[in-house]
Ligand binder design. Structure first.
Ligand code: AMP
Ligand code: ZN
Length: 137
């Protein structure tokens, strides 16, 4: 897609700081560096997001993630890593070419603040909700 910045990175029209590349996937440093080594892993083929991908395309992308995550961990000496994927505006997606964020973690003040609002478990409500969502084989 000619107006997609990540497609332009794949084609070399705009520069990126590459950390991994093969025939299907490219990984480069996110310009914002939320944590040191913040990396985006993208398929070379354009997909808007995960909701547009089939199992094969998603497998090809995610199959590379452990290798790149371990590479970051080893090279940067991080003690953990968050792996995040945002889909659609409501979920914080701002660039509409599928990407997986790899965020090496060092300590509590490394730049990333994640918080989950937690609730007391309501097991009856959980069972009902699961029934609503349940997808067989
Ligand atoms: P998201 O909010 O999940 O769609 O993430 C998009 C990410 O792309 C943001 O973290 C941006 O900092 C990053 N980004 C945007 N333009 C570029 C670029 N030219 N090179 C590297 N990262 C970029
Ligand atoms: Zn694209």
């Amino acid at each position: 897609m000619s107006d997609c910045i990540f497609c332009q990175i794949v084609s070399g029209q705009i520069p990126s700081s590459k950390v991994y590349e093969d025939e299907e996937v490219l990984a480069f440093l996110d310009i914002t560096q939320v944590t040191k080594g913040h990396t985006l892993v993208i398929p070379k083929k354009h997909y808007r997001n995960m909701l547009e991908m089939d199992a094969e395309a998603a497998s090809s992308l995610f199959a590379r993630v452990p290798k790149i995550a371990k590479q970051l961990q080893e090279k940067l000496g991080s003690s953990g890593i968050n792996i995040i994927n945002n889909n659609e505006e409501a979920a914080g997606q701002t660039v509409f070419h599928t990407h997986v964020h790899l965020l090496p973690r060092f300590d509590e003040s490394d730049g990333l603040k994640l918080s989950f609002e937690t609730h007391e478990p309501d097991f009856a409500a959980l069972a009902q909700l699961a029934q609503e969502i349940f997808l067989g084989e």
